[in-house]
Design a protein around this ligand. Structure first.
Ligand code: THU
Length: 157
């Protein structure tokens, strides 16, 4: 028997202003996208912004439904829209933000398992690391690749 360990490294910033210009733009796009959420049930507005290798940013927000499971998270709304509209372009980063009562949440919202799996798929498709920015009001976490949020990614098929 061998003991194994997986370490996850990420950066923490105190403010969006600490980010380098390109990351700041993506983080701001995610914050803007929270205003486009349709979340009448949870009132938890999530925004996501996907960056392509050519600099284009596509936004998405959570879309809820009276039949709850029919709704979709912001991340997958953005990722599917991004892939459906620009299938031949590589996605290189995603930023995520959440707000309640018009206020950006203090602690960054962390993506659900299903969204992490979908991010993993597009990272695999592009062959490039997909950077993740989780944006809170006074705490921003930066992960270099999806593997840091989803270790031991399933990609065997
Ligand atoms: N939600 C997201 O959009 N992204 C996540 O990563 C977690 C949760 C949404 C789904 C639902 O509309 C609301 O937040 C409350 O769960």
């Amino acid at each position: 028997m061998t003991n194994k360990e997986i370490k996850i490294a990420y950066l923490e910033y105190q403010s969006i202003d600490e980010l380098e210009a390109k990351d700041k733009e993506l983080a701001q796009a995610a914050v803007e996208a929270t205003e486009l959420a349709y979340a009448p049930y949870s009132k938890f507005n999530v925004g996501a912004a996907v960056l392509f290798e050519d600099g284009v940013i596509i936004k998405g927000s959570n879309q809820e439904n009276a039949a709850y499971p029919s709704g979709l998270c912001a991340e997958r709304t953005a990722l599917f829209y991004a892939s459906a509209s620009r299938p031949d372009k590589a996605m290189t980063a995603i930023a995520i933000a959440a707000s309640q009562d018009g206020q950006l949440c203090e602690t960054p919202a962390t993506p659900c398992g299903a969204c992490r799996q979908v991010m993993a798929q597009y990272q695999l498709k592009s062959g490039l690391p997909m950077m993740v920015l989780l944006v809170g009001a006074h705490k921003i976490w930066k992960f270099e690749k999806i593997d840091d949020l989803l270790p031991l990614i399933f990609d065997s098929i």
